[in-house]
Design a protein around this ligand. Structure first.
Ligand code: UDP
Ligand code: MG
Length: 347
C-alpha cells in the first residue's frame, strides 16, 4: 500500500506565544493522519525559524529533541515569509512525496489536510487552499487585503483570489520550483505559472490563537511590490501610455500658443504654466520611481545573492530511499541557499 510522506512546512517569525499550542495541534493531526494510513510514519512537521528575535528557535529546538516528528530549520536573520516557506520546501524535497505549507498561527484550518491529501492521491501536483470568507479579519486586514488583490490584478499580476500560502506541492512540483532561481520571490504568482494538474480546497479561517500578526504594513507593501515587479511589466506600459497622453496634450497646448503668438495675443498664463510644470514634474518623478523599482529588482537578480542563509537544521533520521540513515542532527549546516537583499524580510 502506498503511503505518502507528507512534510508540513511552518514558517515562524517571533511566534513564541503560539508555537507550543500549534505544535501540539499539528502533532495531534499528524498522528491521526498516520493512524488513518493517509500519510506515512516518516512524515514530519518542519518549523522554519525566520530569524526570530524571541525564544522561537529555542522552543523549536526543544520540540525536535522531544519528538522525532518535529524538524527545524533556522535562518541567520529575518529573510521574510516567502523565503522561509521556500527554504522549508526545498529542504523537504529529498524526503517528502508532498509538502504542505501552513502558517504557524494555524489560522488556516488544518482539518482541511485530509482534502489536500485526497487531491494529491487523485493525481494532483498542486493543491491550492482557498479561504471561505474573511469574517475573522479585522477591518484593516480586510481592506488592505482587498486593495492588495485588486491592485495586483490591475497591474497584471495574476493571483488566485483568497489563496495565500496554504498549499500542497508534490515532489514533481517542488523539483520544478527548485529550477526557478529568482531572488524576487512571489510564490503565489509563480506557482500557478508552473502548470501541472491542480485542484482547490476550501477552508475556514480562524482567529489567531495568540500573538499578533507578523505581517506589518511595510511587509505587505514589500510583498505587493515584489509580486508586481516579479510577475508583470504592466506598470511600465502604463507609464508609457501616460507619457504619450501628456505628450499629445502638450502638443495641443504648444500649437495653440504658437497660434496665439502669431495673432499677437499676449497671454498672462502664469498659473497654467506653474500647474503644468507641477503636474508633469510629478508624473515624471513617479514614472522614474517605477522604472527605478524594476531596475533595483534587476540589480538584485544580477547579483544573484542567496535568497536565504541557513544557520542550523535539525531533521531526525528518516530512512532515505537508498536505506542510509541521516545524521541525527545537522546543526550549523550553514549552507547558504539562494537569498535576498531586504534586511527586513518581506513577508
Ligand atoms: N512570517 C515569517 N516571516 C516574516 C513574517 C511572517 O516567517 O517576516 C510567518 C509568521 O510567523 C506566520 C506566517 O508567516 O507563520 C504568516 O504571518 P501572520 O500570521 O503574522 O500574517 P497574517 O495571518 O496576519 O497575514
Ligand atoms: Mg496569520
Amino acid at each position: 500500500m502506498k503511503t505518502t510522506v507528507l512534510y508540513l512546512v511552518v514558517p515562524c517569525y517571533n511566534e513564541e506565544e503560539v508555537l507550543m499550542t500549534s505544535a501540539a495541534r499539528l502533532k495531534d493531526k499528524m498522528l491521526r493522519l498516520m493512524q488513518a494510513e493517509k500519510i506515512s510514519q516518516e512524515s514530519r512537521v518542519m518549523f522554519v525559524n525566520d530569524g526570530s528575535r524571541d525564544r522561537t528557535w529555542k522552543l523549536i529546538y526543544d520540540l525536535t529533541q522531544q519528538d522525532e516528528l518535529f524538524a527545524g530549520l533556522s535562518f541567520s536573520r529575518n529573510f521574510g515569509h516567502q523565503s522561509a516557506i521556500l527554504a522549508g520546501m526545498l529542504a523537504s524535497r529529498e524526503r517528502a512525496d508532498a509538502v504542505v505549507t501552513v502558517d504557524a498561527d494555524l489560522q488556516q484550518d488544518i482539518e482541511a489536510l485530509d482534502k489536500f491529501i485526497e487531491c494529491y492521491d487523485n493525481g494532483c501536483d498542486i493543491v491550492y487552499g482557498i479561504r471561505n470568507d474573511r469574517d475573522t479579519d479585522g477591518f484593516f486586514k480586510k481592506t488592505t487585503a482587498g486593495i492588495f488583490y485588486k491592485l495586483m490584478h490591475l497591474l497584471g499580476c495574476r493571483t488566485i483570489t483568497n489563496h495565500a500560502d496554504y498549499r500542497l506541492l508534490s515532489k514533481k512540483a517542488l523539483d520544478a520550483l527548485a529550477q526557478f532561481k529568482e531572488v524576487n520571490l512571489f510564490l503565489r504568482g509563480l506557482i500557478p505559472t508552473m502548470g501541472f494538474s491542480s485542484d482547490v480546497v476550501y477552508f475556514d479561517v480562524k482567529e489567531r490563537e495568540a500573538g499578533q500578526s507578523k505581517y506589518t504594513l511595510r511587509k505587505m507593501v514589500a510583498l505587493a511590490v515584489d509580486g508586481i515587479t516579479s510577475m508583470s511589466t504592466r506598470p511600465l506600459q502604463i507609464i508609457t501610455g501616460v507619457g504619450f497622453f501628456t505628450f499629445f496634450i502638450s502638443l495641443g497646448i504648444f500649437i495653440s500658443s504658437i497660434v496665439d503668438w502669431a495673432r499677437g495675443r499676449v497671454v498672462a498664463g502664469w498659473t497654467t504654466i506653474v500647474a503644468l510644470i507641477c503636474l508633469i514634474g510629478g508624473m515624471m518623478m513617479i514614472s522614474q520611481g517605477i522604472i527605478g523599482a524594476y531596475l533595483g529588482k534587476m540589480y538584485l537578480e544580477t547579483k544573484g545573492r542567496p535568497r536565504y542563509i541557513v544557520d542550523a537544521m535539525i531533521l531526525h533520521g528518516a530512512a532515505r530511499t537508498d536505506g542510509t540513515k541521516e545524521p541525527e542532527e545537522a546543526v550549523g549546516a550553514g549552507e547558504s541557499q539562494t537569498g535576498r537583499e531586504d534586511s527586513d524580510g518581506q513577508g
